[in-house]
Write a protein that binds this ligand. Sequence first.
Ligand code: URA
Length: 245
Amino acid sequence: CFSKVSSHIFKVETPPRRNAGSPKGRNGANLGSMELHVLNHPLVEHKLTVLRDKNTPSSTFRELISELVMLEAYEATRNLDVVDKPIETPVAPMIGKHIAEPRPIIVPVLRAGLGMLDGMTRMIPSAEVGFLGMKRDEDNPTKQITYANRLPDDLTGRQCFLIDPMLATGGTLVAATHYLAERGAKDVTAINIIAAPEGLKFVQEQIDPSIDFKVVVCAVDEKLNDKAYIVPGLGDAGDRLYGVV
Ligand code: URA
C-alpha cells in the first residue's frame, strides 16, 4: 500500500472499495492518500539499531530518542509557517525569517511521548506544549481511553506536532489527531520513531481526509504481533524510557 514519491516520501494508499460513492468520510471508501516521510539516513539507521538493542540501558535509550526526534524535526517542520522579520546584523540590515504566530504546539502523547519532548522543544523552543494522555484499552487494542488532557480549547490556526515513539495499531494517533482537528488545528504532523504497516493503513483509512495531516518516522517495521507490539520494534518504549525493564 506504499508508493514512493521521492527517496523518502511515500504515499499510503487504500484501494477504493467497490460501489464507493463520494470520496469522503471517516469510514468512507476511497480516502485518497496520506503523506508518509521515512527518514533515509545512515545516522538515523545507526542510532535506531542501538535504540532497538535490548541491552541498551535507559539512559542511552533516552538520549537516542532525543537525538532521533531532533533529526525527524528537520523533516517534520519543513512547512512551518514563517514571517519576514527585519533585523540588523553587525554589518547590515536584512529581512530574516521568524516562526509565525500563533505559535506551533507540541503535543506528547503520555507516557512514552514525553521521551521525545526534550528533543522537540530544543528544536522549536518557542513552541507551546500541550499534553494528551491516551492509552490503548488492553481488552480492545484499537480502542483508546483518554485519561489526561492539558491543551488549549481553541487551536484555531495552530500547527500541531503529535509526538509518540511507536505507531502500532494507529488507534491513539487517529483519536489524538481528531481531537486536535476538532479544536481547530490548522495541520497535524505525527512524529513517531517506528511505525507498523498495519497502523499506517489504519490511520490512512480512519483519519478524516479533510485534515491536513502527515506522518514522519525513522522506520516502518515488518508487522504487529498478537499483543500489538511492533516486530522487530524495540519493545515497550515507555518501559525502556523510564527504566521499568
Ligand atoms: N507500544 C510500544 O511501546 N511498543 C510497541 O511495540 C507497540 C506499542
